[in-house]
Ligand binder design. Structure first.
Ligand SMILES: CC/C=C/CC(=O)SCCNC(=O)CCNC(=O)[C@H](O)C(C)(C)COP(=O)(O)OP(=O)(O)OC[C@H]1O[C@@H](n2cnc3c(N)ncnc32)[C@H](O)[C@@H]1OP(=O)(O)O
Length: 718
């Protein structure tokens, strides 16, 4: 709703009220329409200020309402009516003015903001465009070039930047509403024509067409199949080339197409998934709301390889002091050069309010005795990690939280060698750890609510999307990746080339196909994990089966040929040299694949992109159903957030579990059955019991899956 009050000096104050972000729900829109009418009719009112309750102007349209029928007054005529009012209307912006919130402000005659306010038109991130006149008014106010940037990226900007761009008229460090009230009194009675943005011409550079073509090309390349950024450019072309009324018609038509697209639903689901995962819970009943984490001010990181360095930077960026330990002198010397430079770069990029914490480098594990939390980030080797944990247990006090940045090893085994297993949790970062948004917080069977809460809070402080997961091999992300990678290798055995597999996945929307990604991360990484699992290495027979299941030794053989990927200039592709970035097809790989197939009596066949996608993606999704069944993830949103934020799953496809729902669970089941029939020696293709149960239950939407997940799970940890 919106409240109305009359202040001394003939000012009407309209306050939007819909906590927590004063989203423009039907009730709020109705409230605005009614209160604006009241101000208009009241002869004692000469001017109007619109603000939001609790220091937040408006977070835009109420996204939750998008799923249902449109009720209440629509935004477009409401904003038109405000613009047409013949008494000055000022938007007093505190907190946020986003999406429809900023569009409402653009319909006002003046905009005044607090210096800490954030403004933006993030609709594109929800698969939409600013369709309450945003694509037509903003470019008329700040020019086409700046509007293209803001609307196609959806980025939030500071009040200072908004002032510079001309979106704001004034910025204040004190109360924005008070300033707006004073200001509006001072402009009462002045002409308003030039303040009505819809009546202005759109400032454009001389060569509008070439600018729009250039931006369209950039957007298409960046968006990897997403529709909304393209529609944003089309709407802005209309703003630059058509009168306002026709521009609005174009905006409306484009919005109608987007609004009903699967992509908008997927992106809105991704928005809420990101928030759902913050609300973790454990089977004990402990959850985000009833558990208190510790506030960490001093932490340590053990191991300063690529991951450890990134973690040190991520921690220091929160302002805490960090002890960075590396026992190998050469590695320590390199890290103590590299880490401060990384920190400086990242702090500059983020324009931080808090100065970064102090980092102390040491080769002595004893130096972590005073810290409150330790993150071990040594090599992915259980014996080594156990050794470090034993050492930590003797060096640190019994109240120190001990975390491991393992990507899939048993956290409970590590907890068992410590004095306080309840204070042990996994913190699985993704490379580069100071940049990547995802953090898997691995809850072992003995992890206490306090330990989980501390790790989740710390993740949030580092700006991560933290997802609590259960303790199983590979946790959630890497466990699902395994059948995906396995299928990619099988497809090579059967006749595909690395390029064909990568192209199908990139066309789907992944930034990189599996083989390009493997070259980037290094083929030795997976090889070492497989060696640790006894699947490869000296003494292991190079056959195509392991423990009665199909196995492809292809990646082992490529790695053992010294082709480690980009770092050696050769992997699944060839590069210009070690460290090269541009992948080119390598005749060596094709000859190698032919020889391999001949050696194993395999006859190459032509494989369609559809089969590549089905086999890779449905195998991954199937494992997601197993994970849900075993409660290693609390819900499909958790898996989807992990894949969107950590594994490059295209956001406009929501995540693997959401995608399964969009494809149709029945279809996914049928194709898995088909592929399992053709490959009975691949257990990962055998449809999950949960998937079968969901299909038998009428394929409910993803939000209802929890009702079908077996309550008497064997391994329940979440
Ligand atoms: C005709 C159609 C026109 C569409 C135009 C639009 O306006 S589309 C919407 C554009 N607006 C946005 O995209 C803003 C989305 N919100 C945010 O970016 C952030 O929530 C925030 C406003 C920057 C606040 O961030 P903060 O970290 O402080 O809080 P949360 O993100 O955790 O949000 C708190 C709760 O509020 C819910 N919520 C936020 N925005 C909206 C919204 N626009 N509609 C509905 N609900 C919203 C959010 O889901 C959180 O809810 P919980 O239940 O507490 O999880």
């Amino acid at each position: 709703m919106a409240t109305y009050s009359r202040l001394p000096g003939s000012v009407a104050l309209i306050t939007l009220q819909n906590p927590p972000v004063n989203a423009l729900s039907a009730a709020v829109r109705q409230g605005i329409v009614d209160t604006v009418q009241r101000a208009l009719k009241d002869p004692k009112v000469t001017s109007v200020v619109i603000c939001g309750q609790n220091g937040r102007f408006c977070g835009g349209a109420d996204i939750r309402e998008f799923a249902g029928p449109m009720l209440g007054p629509p935004l477009v005529p409401m904003i038109h009516a405000i613009e047409a009012v013949d008494k000055p209307v000022v938007a007093a912006i505190e907190g946020v003015a986003l999406g429809g919130g900023l569009e409402l402000a653009l319909g006002c005659h003046y905009r005044i903001a607090h210096s800490k306010a954030l403004l933006g038109l993030p609709e594109v991130t929800l698969g939409l465009l600013p369709a309450a006149g945003g694509t037509q008014r903003l470019p008329r106010l700040i020019g086409l070039t700046a509007a293209l940037d803001l609307i196609t990226t959806g980025r939030h900007i500071s009040a200072a930047e908004a002032l510079k761009l001309g979106i704001l008229d004034q910025v204040t460090d004190s109360n924005a509403v008070d300033l707006a009230v004073d200001f509006v009194r001072s402009v009462a009675g002045q002409p308003l024509d030039s303040r009505r943005l819809s009546t202005l011409a759109c400032p454009c550079p001389p060569d509008v067409d070439s600018l729009l073509d250039k931006v369209m090309a950039q957007v298409r390349q960046r968006s990897r199949g997403a529709l909304a950024p393209v529609a944003c450019v089309q709407a802005l072309r209309a703003a630059a080339t058509l009168p306002y009324t026709q521009g609005m018609e174009k905006e409306r038509d484009l919005m109608a197409t987007l609004f009903n697209s699967g992509q908008a639903r997927a992106l809105q689901y991704a928005f809420f998934s990101q928030r759902v995962v913050g609300k973790w819970s454990l089977p004990s009943g402990a959850n985000w709301n009833n558990s208190t984490g510790r506030t960490i001010s001093k932490a340590a990181v053990i191991g300063l390889g690529t991951m450890g360095r990134g973690i040190v930077v991520a921690l220091a960026l929160t302002g805490m002091s960090v002890v960075a330990v590396e026992t190998q002198e050469k590695q320590l010397a390199e890290a103590s050069q590299a880490v401060p430079a990384m920190l400086q770069r990242e702090a500059g990029r983020r324009s931080l309010a808090t100065p970064p914490g102090v980092i102390t480098f040491s080769s002595n594990l004893q130096d972590v005795s005073e810290v409150e939390l330790v993150i071990e980030a040594v090599f992915e080797n259980m014996a080594l990690k156990l050794q470090v944990f034993r050492h930590l247990a003797s060096v640190c006090g019994p109240g120190t939280l001990l975390c491991s940045n393992t990507s899939g090893l048993d956290m409970d085994q590590l907890a068992a060698v410590t004095k306080s297993p309840a204070l042990v949790v996994g913190m699985h970062f993704f490379a580069p750890a100071h940049v990547m948004k995802l953090l898997e917080v691995v809850c072992g069977p003995r992890s206490s609510p306090e330990a989980v809460a501390t790790a989740m809070q710390l993740g949030k402080r580092m700006g991560k999307v933290s997802v609590a997961v259960g303790n199983c091999p590979g946790f959630v992300g890497n466990r699902m990746l395994k059948p995906y990678l396995e299928q990619a290798n099988f497809l090579l055995e059967e006749g595909a080339t690395p390029q064909q597999v990568d192209e199908a996945l990139e066309e789907f929307g992944f930034p990189m196909g599996v083989f390009r990604m493997s070259d980037l991360s290094g083929l030795d990484v997976g090889w070492r994990i497989r060696k640790e699992a006894g699947l490869t290495g000296p003494g292991v027979e190079p056959s195509r089966t392991r423990q009665g299941r199909r196995y492809s030794p292809l990646p082992d053989q490529v790695c053992e040929a010294g082709r480690l990927g980009q770092k050696t200039g050769r992997g699944w592709y060839q590069y210009d040299g070690p460290g090269g970035r541009v992948a080119r097809s390598d005749p060596w790989v094709h000859i190698f694949l032919e020889a391999y197939r001949a050696q194993h009596g395999l006859v190459a066949r032509s494989i369609a992109p559809e089969e590549i996608l089905e086999r890779c993606l449905y195998a991954l999704i199937n494992e997601g159903f197993n994970i849900l069944q075993e409660a290693m993830a609390a819900g499909p949103e958790h898996i989807d957030a992990i894949y969107v934020f950590g594994y490059g799953w295209p956001r406009h496809r929501g995540g693997p579990m959401f995608h399964a729902g969009q494809v149709g669970l029945g279809r996914v089941l049928e194709r898995l059955e088909h592929h399992h029939h053709n490959h009975p020696d691949v257990p990962h293709l055998e449809p999950s019991t949960l998937l079968r149960r969901l299909v038998a239950g009428g394929s409910p939407p993803v939000q209802k899956w929890r009702e079908f997940i077996n309550k008497d799970r064997v391994h329940s940890q979440l």
